[in-house]
Design a protein around this ligand. Sequence first.
Ligand SMILES: *[C@@H]1O[C@H](CO)[C@@H](O)[C@H](O)[C@H]1NC(C)=O
Ligand SMILES: *[C@@H]1O[C@H](CO)[C@@H](O)[C@H](O)[C@H]1NC(C)=O
Ligand SMILES: *[C@@H]1O[C@H](CO)[C@@H](O)[C@H](O)[C@H]1NC(C)=O
Ligand SMILES: *[C@@H]1O[C@H](CO)[C@@H](O)[C@H](O)[C@H]1NC(C)=O
Length: 571
Amino acid sequence: MDSTQVNLGTPCGQLVAPSLPGAEVLGISSVEVHNYSFPAVAIFNAPAVTNLDFCNVSLSLRHTGADDTVYVDVWLPLQREDWNGRYQATGGGGLAAGMGPLIMSGQVADGYAASATDGGLTKNGTVDPQSGRWALREEDGRPDDDLQLNLAWRSIHDMAVVSKDVIRQFYGAGPDYSYWNGCSQGGRQGYAAAAKYPRDFDGILAVAPAIDLPSMVSSDYYPPVVLRNSAEIPPECILTEFQRAIVEACDPLDGVSDGLISTPESLERCSLEFDPDALVGKTIACDEDCVDRDPFAGWVKVPCRKTGEEVTITSNHADIVRKLLAGPHTADGKSRLWYGMAPGADFDALARVVVVTDPDDENHTRREVAPFVVAENWLKYFALRDPTYDMTEMTHDDYVHAHKMSVDRLTPLWGNRQLDLSEFSRSGGKLLTWFGLADEYITPFGMMRFREGLQETFGGPDAVDEWYRLFFAPGVGHCAGGVGPNPVDPLGALVSWVERNKAPDVLSAAKRTDEGVRVSRNLCRFPKKLVYKKGDVNDASSFTCEEEKEESLAGGGGDDNDDKRQRHEEL
Ligand SMILES: *[C@@H]1O[C@H](CO)[C@@H](O)[C@H](O)[C@H]1NC(C)=O
Ligand SMILES: *[C@@H]1O[C@H](CO)[C@@H](O)[C@H](O)[C@H]1NC(C)=O
Ligand SMILES: *[C@@H]1O[C@H](CO)[C@@H](O)[C@H](O)[C@H]1NC(C)=O
Ligand SMILES: *[C@@H]1O[C@H](CO)[C@@H](O)[C@H](O)[C@H]1NC(C)=O
């Protein structure tokens, strides 16, 4: 940007409430903030920010005929020359519509005018949205359709409209480009934005999207059900040992032993071929993991202590792992409700076992399952609509019922197969997703099937790649982390695509191991896959991206898709 630019707009303190069709803007406050700092956010790979100056705009609004109070926060870099001319709407996580300063801080530091919304889910700051309590109305316990609609997609558009308005007021000019940026729930919101408001954003970065929420998040509760209904709840170290063994066994399936299960195909083969019984009888030293490192379960305080003991892996343990990898099925085992966990992903996010001290006897401990609270609250408040439901007593049959309730009741609002992306595909907008193949919260198999479905609808991968590109990141966890190299600057890649028509062919990823070794990869756009050529396995240049090697390459696109569909049905 031209550093001599001056701000031709309205001073921060004098911004006025925008109008929003379908809602009444209740109030606006706008105050200059100086020398703001925010700590690093590991779960989003975001560094600490310091010394920020911005105009802090906070709006509240109420939808016509609804009883909600929705807050939208917009942070505008104070100096015109510090603004990069772009607007960025930031998404939520878990059951929250927005993460506030957690994502906005870094984006404002990078020059964006950024916004976040609570979608009204905090009920004017009185409810933790992760609790799920907002999904039912206080007065009669019935679903709060307004708030659910707000999170599903309505709050995205509210935020975009009012944010663009205050940007125009403040700088005297609207944004040159508008972006969405979100992971997990925020990624799902990105897909909803593309479908429902295809003209709100020029570019959408939707990382590890929680698409197919009714099936997906319900399946995140399958591990606790398996553990609680097994002969004995094993210590977490057993599952950690299985995770290690899975990576060791399946790493070579992609053609190279580099510590990573690198291709979607090798991940699928691993799910099918890894034999948990191979570990039965093995004895391991067990340090039970008592660390609360789950960002979404951070509010669950579990008293917990480490113990050291030798444990032997049993066929019961193997059976648990087999179920987690297979995913939830109906009682007769014949039909699968959703895909299983990614082999090699951390088990301790969804299948988390902690040691708790007996409140009546400080010398006595027992193991308990610590479910992923978002999945638990989803089933209680959204699917079963029963806050008093005793989840600890849930049998397998109860679980299948709850899963069905989730799909039956919530698919119209939260399903993704209904989302029509055709308008977005024609709008010139760009959608970029990356997804960790070791995502411990959202199974990557749903993402693969979703994208393949789109490829069938829209005429093959190349046609879809015109407006939507998907990159799988081997060994990478949910939104960030894991043992694999993390995407370095996916938003930058999207910006280049939108503004300079430089479509990303690969997405560069890197990490430094605990031993200080730099590992890099150029992530391939699906359905291409990483293939090892020669050289240092830690270096991106030793790999290429290749098309799937299939006999049908000679036979033409249609057969290819049919073959693939059939293969997937067999899996
Ligand atoms: C800005 O904040 C930092 C740390 O919070 C503080 O050390 C510094 O003195 C502040 N600078 C100004 C100009 O207020
Ligand atoms: C921005 O303004 C809102 C509303 O007054 C306030 O709640 C919030 O704390 C402010 N944020 C910062 C960083 O000052
Ligand atoms: C929200 O809560 C604040 C107090 O925290 C109160 O002053 C305000 O009137 C409330 N707003 C609405 C719309 O209920
Ligand atoms: C726990 O063990 C300690 C040390 O053996 C003992 O002093 C204490 O009374 C025990 N506490 C209970 C509740 O039994």
